[in-house]
Ligand binder design. Structure first.
Ligand code: PLP
Length: 447
């Protein structure tokens, strides 16, 4: 309506005057205004409806404004809106039970945080105290969050150049079949060589000094590159061999995104610690957490855990989690995500790959896919250099939006991540738009 659009214009002016944005050179940006959201759609500041293939930052797994979750938040707000985390409260107890029931293995205990980055911070602290060892290993081409330690683990070129949180952090090369660091030509080679490299890294860093290896089960922001068969199982075996804890970072992939409740389930891997956020309640209220194995829990059974948060298990956030996880179960959303990937998104992206010379690779599973744009399929020269965007990518995103699609862009990639419950025809329409928009990048293909 006109009122919403007028409110949006006012919000934009105030934003530019007073709001400080994440990851941005403040004066150079022209952020999109959102005036309304509903299911798989958002409406921009001009009132245009866009299909949301970004799920914002890959968090609205059940779509926007799910009525059951909205009602649960309203009901909780009218009851106990907030409470000291030392006190038992029904919303948090039930949310913890649901997470523990859904999580793999003996991850039977849950520490709630405010989001993903602090979940990572706490998981690492738990691992350090549990093992008495200082170091943590993480992969290059990962994303673990924007706080100091989580960002040090991230190994991203955007990293704060004056950051000092890197003490005890070491990195290894990930298994990334499309751009193999190990000159592999098959998935099996990639898996074996990446594991041999990880073992060498562990040996050179000194196993007795390593508390944990942290890995995204399917790396998300850095490219949705699904690990080759055997890789995660191999990481599990290596960490066990050297008495190192395995932290699975499932902040982006947890709660159904990949077509399983947790992505590690695809490979039958049981981590010692698992971090989650985003999908646990679709981000309607900020929430994250760490699921701990029985063994790690025992370390803190008689000795206090050195950490805490005012809002650990905030009732509004936990009530939203309970309603979200129940709605996902009742409405079969995880199986639907698997079906969307196998029957609609995967096959259509394959056609898109065949039709567009600027598409170098398509990959993913469930409702979690990447389209990697290149200037040249032979050399794989990316359409935007690692660590930034490019005029070509910006033009592609603008074209998608013009045609009615809100994509998730990172560097030279477009991610396809619709809500797990998006209607088939909406997903198909979004993919048609992407197909049409890719004419833009095809024009920049060389050779
Ligand atoms: N870990 C992973 C795998 C993520 O994808 C993210 C966010 O995208 C984080 C951690 C950080 O989560 P948050 O932004 O909620 O702090």
């Amino acid at each position: 309506s006109e009122d919403l659009l007028a409110a949006g214009r006012k919000a934009y002016d105030l934003d530019r005057e007073h709001v400080f944005h994440s990851w941005s050179a403040q004066r150079t940006i022209t952020p999109m205004t959102v005036v309304q959201t509903e299911g798989p759609y958002v409406w921009d500041g001009k009132g245009h409806r866009l299909i949301d293939f970004s799920c914002q930052l890959i968090n609205t797994n059940i779509g926007h404004s799910h009525p059951k979750v909205v009602a649960a938040i309203q009901e909780q707000a009218a009851g106990i809106a907030t409470i000291n985390p030392a006190h038992v409260n029904a919303a948090r107890s039930e949310a913890a039970r649901l997470v523990a029931d859904l999580a793999p293995g003996d991850l039977n205990h849950v520490f709630f945080t405010n989001a993903g980055a602090d979940a990572v911070e706490h998981a690492v602290r738990m691992a350090r105290v549990h093992t008495g060892r200082p170091k943590v290993l993480s992969a290059y081409r990962a994303y673990h969050g924007g706080t100091d330690l989580a960002f040090a683990l991230t190994a991203d070129p955007r990293r704060n150049p004056v950051d000092k949180a890197t003490a005890g952090v070491a990195h290894f090369m990930p298994a990334y079949p499309y751009r193999s660091y190990f000159h592999s030509t098959t998935e099996q080679e990639e898996s074996e060589r990446a594991l041999a490299h990880l073992e060498q890294t562990i040996l050179l860093e000194g196993p007795q000094s390593i508390a944990a290896v942290i890995l995204e089960s399917v790396p998300g922001t850095a490219g949705i590159y699904v690990p080759p068969a055997g890789y995660l199982q191999g990481v599990r075996e290596l960490t066990r061999k050297y008495g190192i804890l395995f932290i699975a970072d499932e902040v982006m992939v947890g709660f159904g995104r990949t077509g399983q409740w947790f992505a590690v389930n695809h490979w039958g891997v049981e981590p010692d610690l698992l971090t989650f956020a985003k999908g646990v309640n679709s981000g309607y209220v900020p929430l994250g957490g760490v699921a701990l194995s029985d063994a790690v829990y025992e370390t803190f059974a008689e000795t206090p855990y050195p950490g805490g948060l005012t809002y650990s298990g905030h009732p509004l956030a936990c009530a939203a989690a309970v309603a979200t996880l129940n709605a996902m179960q009742d409405e079969g959303m995880v199986a639907n995500a698997a079906r969307l990937g196998a029957e609609i998104i995967g096959p259509r992206l394959q056609e898109i790959f065949e039709a567009h010379p600027s598409v170098g690779d398509v990959r993913g599973l469930g409702a979690f896919w990447a389209v990697e744009l290149v200037k040249n399929r032979e050399t794989k020269e990316p359409m935007a250099a690692y660590g930034g965007s490019s005029p070509e990518m910006n033009e592609l995103v603008a074209e998608c939006k013009k045609l009615g699609l809100l994509p998730f862009q990172n560097m030279n990639r477009i991610h396809v991540a619709p809500p797990l419950n998006a209607p088939d025809e909406v997903v198909r329409h979004g993919l048609d738009i992407l197909d049409q928009a890719l004419a833009v990048t095809d024009r920049y293909v060389t050779g």
